[in-house]
Design a protein around this ligand. Structure first.
Ligand code: PMV
Length: 333
């Protein structure tokens, strides 16, 4: 245990991560704190420049936890998504006091990138440290997972893999000079959130079993490609993983279709670029925006090609980013 922060606060920063090999579907919960265990292994890249900063302090005078995100006090489902992390921290630290949480997303508003992963990772780090817990990165990863499955990967810098209770680091930003170029097509909220969508897919899609059955081979191919810095092999594995994930979702009842015409246009341009000798691969999450992975040296060329596509409203270039950063801000008593 480190000391409980009663005077002052703890501030943590975590960055957004994008899965190259996808998580889609949950394993059965075997007991308490077993939520968001993955049915399939995933592999991701934590990005620089897209970050959540979260400040946590105890609020013994308050009746309940208060979470303020970008100046707005969370209520209902948004507050409840933070609750498992805060409850688990209180249980581990044997405390009862409510937390006061202030969180800021440093993600361009037009980015259309989910900040739930960076948000849950920053919340896990700041609240646990505030409660006097000294958790390992693996334990922080498992704690972040309670808020959002994919958050467990934002604990680690650059390349990380997730199977089971927590993610693990694969390689840092220095391992490979790549860029993830985000083609923004719709920056608004998702038509169906990832949690509901993956549960519906698992419950109703006849294609779900095929997705789960084939996921490990893509994961292993992805791991080998990252280790070898082989963009061609990684592109094949990431596109196959993405297409199979989306195929399983399209097979749900009612169907889940995140694609917009411009999403397909981006995929076509990525194919043209690859044919022209600019190696790159694409992926898509629970929304129509397409993320293109390329060598850092090709980032400008890829950005220009994507910016010219009708329906692409913005293009954002990111590199591999850092893992969690935590600082204690004490007040003189
Ligand atoms: O953990 P969630 O609810 O943020 O789900 C993430 C789902 C995808 O973004 C589509 C894939 C992934 O591995 O991040």
């Amino acid at each position: 245990m480190s000391d409980l922060i009663l005077q002052g606060s703890v501030v943590a920063q975590a960055n957004v991560n994008i899965a190259l090999i996808k998580y889609w579907g949950k394993a059965p919960e075997r007991g308490v704190w077993e939520q968001n265990l993955p049915a399939v292994p995933s592999l991701s890249l934590t990005l620089d420049g897209l970050q959540t900063e979260t400040r946590v302090r105890f609020a013994p005078e308050a009746a309940d936890d208060r979470v303020v995100l970008d100046g707005v006090t969370l209520e209902g489902g948004a507050l409840e998504r933070c609750r498992p992390i805060l409850e688990r921290v209180r249980e581990l630290a044997d405390l009862a006091a409510p937390f006061h949480v202030e969180s800021t997303n440093r993600v361009p508003t037009a980015a259309g990138l989910a900040s739930s992963a960076s948000g849950a990772a920053a919340l896990a780090a700041a609240s646990s440290r505030c409660a006097g817990l000294t958790l390992s990165l693996e334990e922080l990863s498992a704690l972040a997972r309670l808020g959002s499955g994919s958050a467990c990967r934002s604990v680690f810098p650059a390349w990380s893999a997730w199977e089971g209770a927590h993610a693990r680091p694969i390689a840092g930003p220095e391992h490979w000079d790549v860029a993830l170029v985000v083609a923004v097509i719709d920056a608004g909220p998702k038509s169906v959130g990832s949690r509901d969508a993956m549960n519906r897919t698992a419950r109703t899609s006849p294609l779900y079993a095929g997705w789960v059955g084939s996921a490990r081979a893509d994961f292993e191919a992805g791991l080998r490609a990252v280790e070898a810095r082989d963009l061609h092999a990684l592109s094949i594995a990431m596109e196959r993983s993405t297409l199979r994930m989306h195929a399983s979702a399209m097979g749900a009842d009612p169907p889940i279709l995140y694609w917009k015409p411009a999403s397909l246009s981006v995929v076509e341009v990525v194919r043209e670029l690859s044919t022209r000798g600019v190696p790159c691969g694409w992926t898509m999450d629970a929304g129509p925006n397409v993320k293109v992975l390329c060598e850092g040296s090709s980032a400008d060329e890829v950005r220009e090609a994507l910016a010219g596509i009708e329906g692409v409203t913005e293009v954002i270039v990111c590199g591999p980013g850092p893992g969690l950063q935590v600082a204690v801000e004490r007040e003189a008593s």
